[in-house]
Design a protein around this ligand. Structure first.
Ligand code: NAG
Ligand code: NAG
Ligand code: NAG
Length: 185
């Protein structure tokens, strides 16, 4: 009995949580992906460079999602995918589900597990994962500022949350030589 309680306690202590008091308005707009993990690199972003995301609001209140990347190199051809995100439980506003058109997985978990300071009504960085802590990535508004001001702190935070495995530890993703995109939506 006592060992079962102990195990339960450990499970609760290790459970991933999402951002409380999340303000989705401050999450909208353009983001640059500055870190991810081996799982992401081996699956849906294989050969992806310069990954950029843009979130907006749809007429029904859900979020629009538009992602772009360069394929094969920082100047490779542009690939994009779009879709939408929604909040199934209003009590957990940072636990989203995402449907990307044409993607193999529907209703994928998209949990915003940490966010950085708000400047000009926008979070400056965000860490996204899911309850099983397989995929993980970090978005920012400004790549250069992120490296200088925030990266060490975010790296330590992600590690302290338990992203320390071969496939889910923090991997910086370079923006060197990225050819800019001609559109954001
Ligand atoms: C958002 O998308 C979900 C899932 O498709 C849908 O059930 C819901 O009606 C949409 N609108 C709102 C406001 O949640
Ligand atoms: C997304 O990619 C498709 C297919 O290459 C292209 O036709 C479309 O214009 C792109 N959308 C945007 C907004 O760049
Ligand atoms: C959410 O953020 C927007 C933009 O900064 C702000 O105008 C609004 O008051 C915030 N909402 C809440 C509930 O704090």
């Amino acid at each position: 009995m006592s060992s079962l309680l102990l195990l339960a306690g450990i499970a609760i202590a290790n459970a991933l949580t999402s951002v409380q008091n999340f303000n989705v308005t401050q999450y909208l707009g353009v983001w640059y992906q500055v870190a991810d993990d081996g799982w992401v690199q081996d699956t849906f972003q294989r050969q992806g460079y310069c990954v950029q995301a843009t979130y907006g609001v749809l007429a029904d209140g859900n979020l629009s999602v538009f992602n772009q990347e360069r394929y094969g190199s920082p100047t490779g051809p542009v690939k994009n995918i779009s879709g939408y995100a929604y909040v199934p439980n209003p009590a957990e506003p940072a636990q989203l589900k995402v449907d990307l058109y044409g993607a193999p997985v529907e209703n994928a978990n998209y949990w915003i597990i940490a966010v950085g300071p708000v400047v000009d009504d926008k979070y400056q960085w965000a860490v996204i994962s899911e309850p099983g802590m397989t995929y993980m990535w970090v978005l920012t508004r400004n790549v250069v500022e992120y490296r200088v001001l925030y990266e060490r702190k975010v790296y330590n935070l992600v590690k302290s949350l338990g992203f320390t495995g071969a496939l889910n530890s923090y991997q910086p993703t370079s923006w060197d030589g990225c050819e800019p995109y001609s559109t954001t939506a």
